[in-house]
Ligand binder design. Structure first.
Ligand code: 5GP
Ligand code: MG
Ligand code: MG
Length: 188
């Protein structure tokens, strides 16, 4: 099966992603250098953020720790159920830590608002978000960052269902090196 033939068009090439990831990593490095006390904790949202996180952390020039949570709301469809659940918890204690949540895409905002509330309840000092893509057209919930937290975003995503570079449809397409629009006839 040629995955590339399932893509209607490419929105961001691997080269463009790589350049943008470098910029985000420099910004994070700059913002967290000399930041108070503790080592920042990078919290990836599995599975979608795995490639973005892997590329990002290699370019962050700071001591950091890395952990993952699993938050699920989609099942195998293309529309969120709107009720995400934490289905796999953190291992690292985030109390009094600066946390940077790494996401593949912020769509309705439900996942992030749940996660930020959760990190707050666990005593995080601040919560920042670093997302590869932001799809503001579909926002339903406005999440608030915690403390001195910042919002980092790779690209503003038009209102299409996109796959690749970690993003899936029914667990497929995550290994594409670019982000593209899935042909709608494949999920209609
Ligand atoms: P939210 O809770 O913000 O609605 O959704 C966040 C999650 O929905 C993302 O982490 C991602 O897993 C999934 N999602 C939202 N939009 C898209 C999209 O265009 N393509 C893919 N593959 N997943 C998406
Ligand atoms: Mg995600
Ligand atoms: Mg998914």
């Amino acid at each position: 099966m040629d995955l590339n033939s399932h893509i209607e068009r490419i929105l961001w090439t691997d080269q463009q992603i790589s350049e943008r990831v470098s910029e985000l990593a420099s910004q994070i490095t700059q913002d967290f250098t000399n930041s108070s006390s503790s080592t920042p904790v990078i919290v990836g949202v599995a599975t979608g953020a795995f490639l973005f996180l892997a590329d990002l952390v290699r370019k962050i020039q700071l001591p950091i720790t890395v952990d993952f949570v699993r938050v699920e709301s989609y099942g195998s469809g293309t529309v969120s159920s709107g009720k995400p659940k934490i289905t796999c918890d953190l291992k690292i204690d985030v109390r009094d830590k600066h946390v940077i949540v790494v996401e593949d895409i912020v769509d309705t905002g439900n996942t992030l608002s749940l996660l930020i509330e959760y990190l707050k309840s666990r005593g995080s000092l601040s919560v920042s978000v670093c997302t590869l893509l932001n799809k503001p057209a579909r926002r339903k919930v406005n999440f608030e960052l915690l403390g001195s937290g910042k919002f980092y975003c790779g690209f503003e995503c038009p209102d299409y269902f996109v796959v690749g570079y970690g993003l899936d449809f029914a667990e497929l397409y995550r290994n594409l090196p670019y982000v593209g629009v899935l042909k709608p006839e494949l999920y209609r």
